[in-house]
Design a protein around this ligand. Structure first.
Ligand code: NAD
Length: 355
């Protein structure tokens, strides 16, 4: 067996349908008394209902979270938390809302209690990101890792089927890349394989019926495991390409991940044959080369757009993305080869199966 280092991130997880009822107790467990609730404007009503249930343990609701955590939004939220004398942030929502809580924690140290309502996985990572002058700065800091995470699958029923599908494939990408990470280790690989299995099983049922309680539970369980993968080991070519697609071409985060994943996995099928065999097994295949086609078929089954062009990726996008990625590559089991990467991006742009 290869030598490895494993370090678990310290967080408390409360999982189950109806788990949100334990929120007040969990705030007490953190030693906090005045929770500021953060949401997006769209999830404000959910935040206000939660505030009502907390009574005077709630300092207020701040429904101003937006995509990519603009610095001005982060600063206004930090001032608001301080003005209200909040002693913890309860973040209810997806990666954007959790990102705002992290921006507050980064400068104030306020503990975060996260209640995720998508599958993006930010709640399990010490990674923060703030956007200034259209440039997203990211970093790792243990102060931003949520201390407690309440996973209540009932809160995901309102996530529309199409967003659930892409968000679930975004989670799948964390698990697939964890298998061939530079610092992969046996514990995280177990979680990654189980995450892929759970997501592949649950997502078609979620898309068929967004109120399928058992499928929502399994999908959120898979997303939790994928979040642990993302927070524990380094990501590779797939994340490099998706960061470029988001940063340079402003493509939507979860959709870009979903479309790119079959192509990225296929690119690594020989260099990471052993690790990808585990992904194949979890997807119902047998060998590494099955993973790309199986993920592509899963996207199709989930009704996800298969082409980056429909997200606004321009004809010259593949060449530019390949150039940017090769200028500052991440670790990847197969070296970054500019022509091969441009070719896979052309296939992804046009919605073709990985080849
Ligand atoms: P999001 O948080 O932007 O949410 C998308 C939309 O869905 C929002 O309008 C939100 O209000 C709505 N929504 C969320 N849950 C809902 C529900 N249950 N019902 C109805 N509507 C709901 O999207 P996301 O994909 O979760 O997060 C993407 C962002 O998170 C990106 O900026 C990404 O960079 C970041 N991210 C960060 C990390 C990290 O570790 N720091 C990890 C993953 C993602």
């Amino acid at each position: 067996m290869k030598s490895f280092v494993y370090q678990g991130n310290p967080s408390r997880v409360v999982f189950g349908s109806g788990a949100l009822e334990q929120l007040a107790e969990e705030i007490r467990h953190l030693g906090a008394e005045r929770a500021l609730i953060l949401t997006t404007p769209e999830q404000r009503t959910m935040g206000e209902e939660i505030a009502k249930s907390l009574g005077d343990r709630c300092a207020g609701v701040y429904p101003e979270a937006v995509m990519h955590v603009p610095l001005e939004v982060a600063q206004a939220a930090r001032e608001h938390a301080q003005r209200l004398g909040a002693d913890c942030c309860v973040v209810v929502g997806g990666g954007s809302t959790i990102g705002l809580g992290k921006a507050i924690a980064l400068t104030s140290g306020l503990p975060i209690l996260a209640v995720p309502t998508t599958y993006a996985g930010s709640e399990m990572t010490p990674i923060w990101g703030v956007t200034e002058n259209r440039l997203k700065k990211t970093g790792r800091d243990m102060r931003v890792l949520p201390r407690t995470v309440i996973y209540d699958p009932r809160l995901t029923h309102t996530l529309p089927a199409d967003i659930s599908a892409c968000s679930g494939m975004n989670a799948m990408a964390h698990a697939v890349e964890a298998l061939y990470a530079q610092d992969a280790n046996p514990v995280i690989s177990l979680m990654a394989e189980e995450s892929i299995r759970a997501l592949a099983e649950a997502l078609p049922a979620v898309v068929a019926n967004p109120h399928d309680e058992a499928a929502r539970e399994t999908a959120l369980y898979g997303a939790w495991l994928a979040g642990i993968c993302l927070g524990s080991v380094g990501m590779a070519i797939h994340h490099k390409l998706c960061h470029t697609l988001g940063g340079t071409f402003n493509l939507p985060h979860a959709q870009a991940h979903a479309i790119m994943l079959p192509h990225s996995a296929h690119y690594n099928r020989e260099a990471a044959a052993g690790p990808l065999k585990r992904a194949a097994r979890a997807l119902g295949g047998t060998q590494a080369a099955d993973v790309g086609p199986l993920l592509y078929a899963l996207n199709r089954k989930l009704g996800i757009a298969l082409d980056l062009a429909s997200l606004g990726f321009p004809p010259e996008g593949p060449a530019e993305t390949a150039r940017i990625a090769c200028d500052s590559p991440y670790y990847n089991p197969r070296p970054f080869e500019r022509d091969a990467i441009q070719a896979l991006l052309e296939r992804a742009r046009d919605g073709l199966a990985p080849a």
